[in-house]
Design a protein around this ligand. Structure first.
Ligand code: SF4
Length: 113
C-alpha cells in the first residue's frame, strides 16, 4: 500500500512529544497502529498542512503528479489534537480528499503514547 501521510503542520511544528514524524514513520515501517492490516505500508510522502489549510488540496495534487498513492492517512496528532483545527472540519476534509482523489482517507497513523 502506497501511503501519503497528511499532518497538521501547526501541531507538528510544536513537536508535542513527537520528534518530527518519527511515530508515524515507525508505525508504517513496523506495520503497527493504523497500518497493521496492510501487507506493506510504503510511505511515499509526508505532507504538512499549513494554516488556514487553503493550500492542502492543491499540494496533494502536486504530490499526485509526482508519485502515486493508494491511501491517505491523517496523522494521529492531527485527528486527536485538542483544541482541534479552527479552520476545517477534519471529517469534511477527509471526504473532500476522498472525492477529489478517489482514495480512502484513514484517520490516524500510530497508537503510541
Ligand atoms: S489549517 Fe488546521 S490542520 Fe492545517 S495546519 Fe492549520 S490547524 Fe493544522
Amino acid at each position: 500500500m502506497r501511503v501519503l501521510i497528511v499532518a497538521c503542520g501547526a501541531y507538528v511544528s510544536e513537536g508535542y512529544g513527537c520528534p518530527g514524524e518519527w511515530k508515524c514513520l515507525k508505525a508504517a515501517a513496523d506495520k503497527e497502529g493504523h497500518f497493521s492490516e496492510y501487507d506493506e505500508a510504503k510511505v511515499v510522502g509526508f505532507l504538512n498542512c499549513e494554516c488556514p489549510g487553503r493550500t492542502l488540496i492543491s499540494n496533494i495534487k502536486c504530490v499526485k503528479k509526482n508519485v502515486d498513492f493508494d491511501v491517505v492517512h491523517f496523522s494521529t496528532c492531527t485527528v486527536n489534537a485538542w483544541p482541534g483545527c479552527p479552520y476545517m472540519d477534519i471529517d469534511e476534509l477527509a471526504k473532500k480528499i476522498e472525492n477529489t482523489f478517489g482514495v480512502k482517507v484513514v484517520k490516524g497513523t500510530h497508537q503510541y503514547g
